[in-house]
Write a protein that binds this ligand. Sequence first.
Ligand code: ZN
Ligand code: ZN
Ligand code: FE
Length: 759
Amino acid sequence: MAPTIAKCLSVRGTVQGVGFRPFVFHLATALGLTGTVFNTGEGVEIHVEGPRETVDHFCRNLKTKSPPLACITNLSTVPGVITGRSDFTIGASIGHAEASPFISPDVGVCDECLSELRDPRNRRYRYPFINCTHCGPRYTIIETLPYDRPFTMMKVFDLCDACRAEYRDPAGRRFHAQSIACPECGPQVALYDARRRSISDRDPIRKTAALLKAGHIVAVKGLGGFHLAVDALNDQAVGRLRERKQRPDKPLAVMSPDLAAATRFAVISPAEAKSLQSIERPIVLLKKKSPCLLSEGVAPGNKCVGVMLPYTPLHYLLTEGATALVMTSGNIGGSPVERDTDQAFAALSGVADYFLVHDRMIFQRCDDSLVHHMAGKPRSVRRARGFAPSPLRLKNAMPRVLAVGGELKNTICLTRDRYAFLSQHIGDMTEANTYRFFEETVSHMKHVLGISPERIAHDLHPDFETTRYTRNLSGVETIAVQHHHAHVAACMAEHRLTSPVIGLALDGNGYGADGAVWGGEVLIAETTRFRRAAHLGYVPMPGGDAAVREPWRMGLAYLYHAFGSGFRNLDLAFLSTLDVEAVGLTEKMISRRVNTPLTSSLGRLFDGVAALAGLRQRTTYEGQAAMELEAVAGKRLSANLARYPYGIVRSENGTHCVDLKPLIQAVITDVNSGVSVRKISRRFHTTVIALFTDLCVTVGRETRIRDAVLSGGVLQNALILSGLSRGLVKKGFRVYSHSRVPANDGGLCLGQALVAGSR
Ligand code: ZN
Ligand code: ZN
Ligand code: FE
């Protein structure tokens, strides 16, 4: 007989709240081993004893057979003391001062729970909070680690006898499931009208579905916050929601009960179907069918629509029988999504006719994530529920850095060892409530991840709220990182690149090292520093931020740039639509350089061309004009499209500067000869791709660098992303673009962290 040995194992990674202890228990019991397993603040500890070979077998299986949501990053083993115990148990958790840095994100309801939900004989039949160790809420309900019920929002619900038995049954799927619940003992839903009068009904969810069908707007409390729901096929209802929410154009996401329903109005590739059905359940941007069943008001002027499938049991019940419900974030203006029932009534009673709420508190707010399949890969556009706070593994170990992100689409990042933990999407920092959410998220993540930062990274912009935040901190080193360096570094982090790269930062606005507004940049970037190798020529940006909301200002700026004050003699449809006084005033601003910073932003060039082509003069959401310009161009660019001319000038210090005058003049010629907006847009896209490919080739020749990194908000444009990727590969570059982290400002914090951590 083999000698008896004992071993102590320390397991690190995502091993709490994912059914890991039950798995260990099953494995040990099946092998006839004795010992114990328990959670600590750092991970899971196992003491196991038995015959040597069996213990070895156990250790091997621990890694290879672990449950689907578990992710072991480190497993260390030391010899233990033989106690001679007769069974294997799950022990009490031990909290440590230093918490484990791994928390599972929230995951969609699993198939087994779903079949119980639909089984009339099951005691959880139609119970909207059904879950098990393989699925359900995590990040949004965890207050602190270890992941045990008393430290979650489930602490107020005392288990009934039946649930307690399941919780203790090692053979079951709910063995130590911390958020276990049933209709007897768990959270309940309730339906109210906008004045908070209770609507009593035997089945409030079915009643809500009927109210939606009848065209009402319902605020629905979900997993990470409230949604505003409305029938997506009902024009009037969608119109009313837009009017009340004061959101005229920005696309609204919809939820369909299943893939078959979504297929009725959207074109879905196998890869997109896979994303839709993944446990993260993001919103996936899909091409609308034409004609489209959905109300045009869901995503006006847009060829795509954001679609998600249900991810909580409540959503499954709510969408039964529907084709699609609008499920847009329950907030007003730039405020963060509402998570608290009282506050939701206060904020949304002017928007929603009814409220479907429940009594499980939401600890961490978390919006829906958004993914767009472009150039053969799923690309994260907004990283939140299902993904946060899962870390990204970095190439090298890092000091502890807090990176506070940018101003719009803000997210934050904390690093520890070789991991970067990105927060969920926080939002627009100019909004006071969002700023509070930001502060809360920083302190919560620092707390649960056990990270007290040694360095703080922020944007170079002196007036960003995030920059101001760092000024009030003492005792830590703060490091300013240029916006586009951060964009490129974020992509380098994602691909674990360390040697110098050519970084194409194609973006909206970012504060430049010379104080100008950058955004059409070719950088030679390392993790620690960068040099500006090429950029679009500067043009005035009359009115600063006002020019972002009003593309006609950029249209005028480019006209002035290309034709001087002689632009007034041009017979242009664009000019005739504008207010004469506004034109005069803006021209004065430009010629006298009053409140008119200079910009090299590609995003602004998109705006300017959209305005000159007569497509859009004013926007109601970020990037609207550029998105519409992309939409009119169609799915694919043909190879034989003539491009617009442009010049490249080399300055004394070796920087290449793009002269946009010929481009603008040619656009105007096209406009005046009645060339269609579609064709102008196609030629413009082709030109942008050619131009940056040219610059990359030139800089590549000078530096011998063959790695090209694509980042910045403009890379959300599918035509630009695929055109540039293809063009650069053809020129012999290895091309890297974003997939897991957004190319937009939602990814900035990761780049800031890498730069500050590498210095
Ligand atoms: Zn489940
Ligand atoms: Zn129960
Ligand atoms: Fe940016």
